[in-house]
Design a protein around this ligand. Structure first.
Ligand SMILES: NC(=O)c1ccc[n+]([C@@H]2O[C@H](COP(=O)([O-])OP(=O)(O)OC[C@H]3O[C@@H](n4cnc5c(N)ncnc54)[C@H](O)[C@@H]3O)[C@@H](O)[C@H]2O)c1
Length: 255
C-alpha cells in the first residue's frame, strides 16, 4: 500500500521509541524511505529492523537534536542515504521526569532542569526547522510535522518547562508555516494527549487513575493513533493544511 508517500524521503527524530517509531513504521508502510534518528544508533536501528521486516526502506542515524552540528549532520546523512529530502517529523522530546523534575512547581524548578527541557523540546525543533527548511527549499517544497502536545494548549501544574516548550513548538510551527507557504513547504503540529509510550507508561502505576480520570475515553492513546495523523499531515492528502495544530487526545482538552 502506498498512501501518497511513495518515492518520498522523510526524516523522523526520536524515531527509536514510542510515537516516533510508530510514525516511522507508518510512513514506511505508506511507501516513504525513512531516515530514523535518535540519541543512540541502537534504538534507531531497532526501528529500522522493524521497517525492513515489513519490506520498507530505512536508515538508522544517531544525533542529539539540541546540538546544531548534529542536526545538520542528520539532515545531510538522510539526503546522502536516499538522495533527497521531502519531509520531516520533528518529534524528539523529553518529559520533566527525564530531568528529575516531574511534578515540581515553577517556584521550585531548578534553572538547569528548565533549560534542558527547552533545549531539547523547543530549541531542538527550532534547529531542525531551520535546516530542514533550507533542505526542502532545494526540492521545491515539502512537509514538516512537529510534535507539540496538549501541554502546548493548556497549562499543567508541575510541568512548567514542558508546557512552555510545547506552547513554543506551536508558535514556531505557525511562524514557519507563514514564512514558507510561498515556497511550498507546509508546517503543522500534532498535539497528542496521554499516549502509551516509554515516556508515560512508567508513571501509570502511581498516576494512572488521576490521568485516566481526565480522559473522556478513559484510556491512553496508542502511538499508532498519533502516527495516522502524522502520516496524513506529511502526505499530499493534507495539501491545503499548514500552520495547524491537530489534537489527538481522547477528548482530554475538550473539557
Ligand atoms: N507519550 C505522551 O503521552 C506524549 C504526549 C504528548 C506529546 N508527547 C511528545 O511526543 C514526542 C515523543 O514522545 P514519546 O511519548 O514517543 O516518548 P519516548 O520517550 O518513547 O520517545 C522519545 C524519543 O526521543 C528521543 N530523544 C530524547 N532526547 C533527544 C535528543 N536530545 N535528541 C534526539 N533524540 C532525543 C529519545 O531517545 C526517545 O527515543 C515527544 O516530543 C513528547 O514530548 C508525548
Amino acid at each position: 500500500m502506498t498512501d501518497g508517500m511513495a518515492g518520498k524521503v522523510v526524516l523522523v527524530s526520536g524515531g527509536g521509541s514510542g510515537i516516533g517509531r510508530a510514525s516511522a513504521r507508518a510512513l514506511a508502510r505508506a511507501g516513504a524511505a525513512v531516515a530514523v534518528a535518535d540519541l543512540t544508533r541502537e534504538s534507531a536501528a531497532a526501528t529500522v529492523a522493524e521497517i525492513v521486516a515489513l519490506g520498507g526502506r530505512a536508515v538508522a542515524l544517531a544525533g542529539d537534536v539540541s546540538r546544531e552540528s548534529d542536526v545538520v549532520a542528520l539532515i545531510e546523512a538522510a539526503r546522502a542515504a536516499f538522495g533527497r529530502l521531502d519531509g520531516a517529523f520533528n518529534n524528539a522530546g523529553i518529559s520533566p521526569a527525564a530531568v528529575g523534575s516531574a511534578g515540581v512547581p515553577i517556584a521550585a524548578l531548578p534553572e538547569a532542569a528548565f533549560q534542558r527541557v527547552i533545549a531539547v523540546n523547543l530549541a531542538g525543533v527550532f534547529l531542525c526547522l531551520k535546516h530542514e527548511i533550507t533542505a526542502l527549499a532545494r526540492e521545491a517544497g515539502g512537509a514538516i510535522v512537529n510534535t507539540a502536545s496538549v501541554a502546548g494548549l493548556v497549562g499543567l501544574a508541575g510541568s512548567g518547562a514542558y508546557v512552555a516548550s510545547k506552547h513554543g513548538v506551536i508558535g514556531l510551527t505557525r511562524t514557519a508555516a507563514l514564512e514558507n507557504a510561498a515556497v511550498g513547504i507546509r508546517v503543522n503540529a500534532v498535539c497528542p494527549g496521554y499516549i502509551d509510550t516509554p515516556m508515560v507508561a512508567p508513571h501509570m502505576p502511581a498516576r494512572g487513575p488521576d490521568i485516566l480520570g481526565k480522559v473522556p475515553f478513559a484510556r491512553l492513546g496508542r502511538a499508532d493513533e498519533i502516527a495516522e495523523l502524522v502520516l496524513w499531515l506529511l502526505s499530499d492528502r493534507a495539501s491545503f493544511v499548514t500552520g495547524a495544530a491537530y489534537v489527538a487526545d481522547g477528548g482530554y482538552s475538550a473539557a
